[in-house]
Ligand binder design. Structure first.
Ligand code: FAD
Length: 690
């Protein structure tokens, strides 16, 4: 009950505006700007908000709170989808919440007629996501202390849980498993199964869909909920602002927050606030025509950003113009692309995922993941807004039939606009409320890259080594292209005056909002990681990094070269690299020779070429050939590092290492596996995989 008068005026105006939007009416011109909202303001106000979840639920009249622990946005997206479905199908009063925004001492006071849901991603080596660290430590701690003194403490708590994991990692879905165990130990009641989605098998979305139906059934019984005809209710109100144009200074054209809008971005630079960094230089690393791998040097000397060898840099991409145009076109928004809109959450616990006032063009280009895989459930939602009955029937079928959806949408890597074009046979989708798109399309996410420079050598210049995503798919005319890597490719082409091979590459708005990224800049932030060289440089290291997995090891090797040049004693460094052919994709070939000049026999490069001989050779084969030496180095307390492909390579390397230990030490396989496990636990075996 903390709506102030301005909020009420704004909400009322927005409601009117929503009506105007649906009826395509015109709203009167406004002189002041009561609708202005910005993420910067919203986040800035966080300090004053309650961290008491009971208070928050009571004050906003909610009986279902859905917490997310999210790193890349998927868990957050699933939480929103649960919230919407709970509301529209069962009339639950739902809210979505960031785990980091609340305290958990009074979890024991959540009454039994309410429900708490947890959507939890597991990150890296079984770790919580950044925003879930405190909650995880609290709930799995030895003795979490709660406000009341009841026994068991959480006897009243009803909870629902879904985990997002990857079975190629050793600690598969450990977050949801450990949190469920901890909650149950504290006496809480789980409703339905604790679901587990598997990104490794590529079945995350289907696992989620298959889990949630029985969960809703169980919840319905437990809470006595009545299912009703699901009606679409917009979460966001959209008002077109006749008084403003895209040139008005208060209109966001893709700037991530108020400081950027005002043209004076200040640190700290982080996941909410990127640094617009100049690129010092960029060049191609492959010597073949049809594949690209970029080396880019990002200069952070104008900021307070710092990094350590082994950290990650996040690149904030923009969408390719070609796909922005397609999206606006199929929704009949092309004519209005520069129309200024204000967006306001129609209910107090929802957050507008971008700052406003802004334009349709800016929202689609800078804030929505419009190229990513489409959710089947979203197609079912959009069926209601289809241009005709036939299209509606087809959308409903796609939404309901997993195999049909896979065959029609997934195998061609169609994005949402391509689905709407294909299913609607070119008809425009004029009835889709823009709110449904904001809700159904995820927020555009930064992409992470393992930093390939050494902070000892270049503390303020961060290098990226990125292979450009481009795939020819059967049954599809144009190749599928990744968003961020083609954006980086376009930047590299512009910087070097290269001709672009495709119109796709030309279509990126690489000069950024208000041309502020001109002169070859890219928005970035740094994420610290635990992937680190041993603090004692005399320790030997074994590095396994085929393909772009070599990125952090370029940093490691350069670091050791620098240490040697500084007069330090540096232990043996052995690097296993893999590529197709020496003449095509042998990354940094010259640099390894230079390293050898300094490090001598203390540096060795072992390369597996998969397409040179009759037989494919991979890094794991070469590891086996070097079994004796690897075992010796490990006995001398060498550190073992793996970087690159999580799905196959990293797992096989892990297996091979076990085999090597078993063979060379004459121990059983299970004993050898245990040694590898202990090495991981002691950080003597580290992975940086994706
Ligand atoms: P995206 O557009 O994000 O597409 C990526 C993939 O998603 C596609 O290949 C496809 O499989 C799938 N996909 C996307 N859209 C669809 C669709 N519509 N339908 C079906 N499938 C779809 N990469 C490097 O090159 N070098 C590195 O050093 C590096 N380090 C990393 C470190 C970490 C910690 C992590 C998490 C990742 C790292 N990556 C690295 C990977 C990198 O973050 C990006 O994922 C990669 O560059 C692709 O980004 P993109 O935007 O070009 O492709």
């Amino acid at each position: 009950a903390e709506l102030d008068t301005l909020d009420i005026i704004v909400l009322a105006a927005i409601l009117l505006g929503t009506v105007a939007y649906f009826t395509k009416g015109k709203l009167w011109g406004v002189t002041k700007d009561p609708y202005a909202s910005s993420l910067a303001n919203a986040n800035g106000a966080k300090a004053g908000k309650t961290r008491n979840l009971i208070e928050k639920m009571d004050e906003s009249g909610k009986n279902c709170i859905i917490f997310y622990g999210s790193q890349t946005g998927t868990a957050e997206d699933y939480a929103s989808r649960l919230a919407k479905e709970g509301k529209s199908r069962f009339g639950l009063e739902t809210m979505v919440a960031d785990l980091e925004d609340y305290d958990y001492e009074n979890l024991d006071s959540v009454p039994s007629d309410k429900v708490v849901m947890f959507v939890l991603a597991t990150y890296g080596e079984g770790e919580p996501t950044d925003n879930a660290v405190d909650f995880y430590e609290f709930i799995t701690g030895d003795t979490p202390t709660f406000t009341e003194d009841s026994d068991p403490p959480l006897a009243n708590l009803n909870f629902v849980a879904f985990g997002l994991g990857n079975n190629t990692y050793e600690h598969y879905n450990s977050m949801v498993r450990n949190v469920t165990k901890a909650l149950e130990k504290l006496g809480a009641h789980r409703i339905g199964e604790a679901g587990e989605g598997d990104d490794g098998a590529g079945t995350m979305e289907e696992d989620f869909l298959a889990w949630k139906d029985p969960m809703w059934k169980a919840l319905q019984e437990k809470m006595g909920l009545e299912e009703r005809e699901a009606v679409y209710e917009p979460v966001f109100g959209i008002v077109e602002r006749d008084g403003l144009t895209k040139d008005s200074p208060e209109v966001y054209l893709g700037e991530p927050n108020k400081m950027h809008l005002d043209g004076s971005p200040k640190g700290p630079f982080n996941a909410h606030n990127p640094y617009i960094a100049p690129i010092n230089k960029s060049y191609e690393l492959f010597s073949v025509k049809d594949r690209n791998c970029l080396h880019m040097e990002v200069d952070v000397s104008g900021s307070n950003l710092s990094y350590q060898t082994g950290d990650h840099i996040a690149v904030w991409p923009t969408n390719p113009g070609e796909e922005v145009d397609r999206f606006l076109d199929v929704l009949s928004l092309t004519g209005k692309r520069n129309t200024v809109i204000s967006v306001k959450a129609l209910e107090p616990t929802a957050k507008v995922p971008f700052p406003t006032p802004t334009t349709y063009d800016a929202v689609v280009r800078y804030h929505m993941e419009i190229c990513s895989p489409v959710s089947r459930q979203f197609l079912a939602t959009l069926a209601a807004f289809a241009p005709d009955e036939e299209t509606k029937a087809e959308m409903t079928k796609l939404g309901g039939d997993k195999d049909y959806f896979h065959q029609k949408v997934n195998v061609h890597h169609l994005n949402i606009a391509r689905v709407l074009q294909t299913v609607g046979k070119g008809k425009k989708w004029t009835n889709v409320p823009f709110s449904a798109l904001i809700e159904g399309v995820t927020k555009l996410q930064p992409r992470y890259y393992s930093i390939s420079s050494s902070s000892l050598e270049h503390p303020k210049v961060i290098s990226i080594t990125a292979v450009v995503e481009s795939q020819h798919l059967p049954g599809r005319e144009d190749p599928f292209k990744g968003v961020a890597t083609n954006y980086l490719l376009a930047l590299k082409e512009k910087q070097n005056g290269d001709p672009s091979p495709t119109p796709f590459g030309l279509s990126y708005e690489i000069t950024g909002p208000r041309n502020r990224y001109d002169g070859i800049h890219v928005p970035v932030h740094v994420r610290h990681s635990n992937f680190k060289l041993p603090s004692d440089p005399t320790k030997p290291v074994i590095l396994v990094g085929p393909g772009t997995g070599v990125a952090p090891f370029r940093g490691f090797v350069r670091e050791r070269v620098k240490q040697a040049q500084n007069g330090e004693t540096v232990g043996k460094t052995i690097l296993f690299f893999g590529c197709r052919k020496r003449s095509e994709d042998f990354l940094y070939e010259k640099e390894w020779e230079e390293a050898k000049q300094v490090l001598g026999d203390n540096f060795e490069l072992v390369v597996a070429f998969s397409r040179e001989g009759a037989k494919k050779v991979y890094v794991q084969h070469l590891l086996k050939q070097r079994a004796e030496e690897i075992n010796d180095l490990l006995l001398k307390k060498a550190y073992f590092y793996v970087c690159g492909d999580a799905a196959n390579m990293a797992r096989e390397v892990n297996t091979v290492l076990g085999q090597i230990l078993a063979e060379k030490r004459g121990i059983s396989d299970s004993k050898a596996e245990e040694i590898v496990k202990n090495m991981r636990a002691a950080n003597q075996y580290q992975e940086d995989v994706w």
